[in-house]
Design a protein around this ligand. Sequence first.
Ligand code: MBD
Ligand code: FE
Length: 263
Amino acid sequence: MSNQRVVEVVEDLERLMLDFVRKHHITHAEYRAATDLIVAEVKAGEESLLLDVFLEAEATDVENESNSGSTLAIEGSFYLPGAPEVTGPAATMPHRPDEAGDALIFRGTVSGADGKPLAGAELDIWHADAEGLYSNIHPGIPDWNLRGRIKTDADGRFAVRTIVPPPYEIPKDGPTGIVLNALGRHFFRPAHIHLKLRHDGYVEHTSQLYFEGDEYLDNDVANAVRDGLVLRIESGEDAELAQRFGIAGTFNTATYDFVLVEE
Ligand code: MBD
Ligand code: FE
């Protein structure tokens, strides 16, 4: 039995690609190079990187047009379900004892579109280390490092300690790198924290948060920065947080308040 959506979308894509092959006089060798590229990408462990860099942001923008919650952004290629839960008043992302990078307390609230705080929402976070590398993807990093899930408290609030990630260079030695090189593009993304947010009865939310002043905000290889997703890092003293997290002196905080959409 045919699926109407598949017929509509795939047949249109088929027409577009057939026209494209004619228009550019694609040779058989070029066609095979393209299929080889996709195979090589998967074999190189790049997952969906090539398509995520070129196309994913457009798909999230389509959803943003009719989205009344917080702005969506791309998932990227390196999400893994099942990250450790991080709990307690001093919730801290899994990290190495000597984890490099400036400490950051990322905090905020989660509410519904009606402003009602959502208790027990699950914020699933992953980001690169100070070298720009992701655990469970790049070798030599403990499993689940800087990947964690934190729940909001009874008032819909969360606070988690981590590090400020650096601008990130996507893998450039693999097939995606070959394509970007041939286009003369650079490989950088602005520093970002990836996240997914879940609560029963609400649509799962996937986005990323960036930081003010980053030189790649306007020049992201994945073109995925959107208004409202750029955080200011505040550096100062906050007695309540300092006591909670057992940190002395000044430290960085960044705050974001999420709005989820009901299913
Ligand atoms: C990432 O972490 C990322 O941000 C993108 C765009 C692609 C792959 C991995
Ligand atoms: Fe990323």
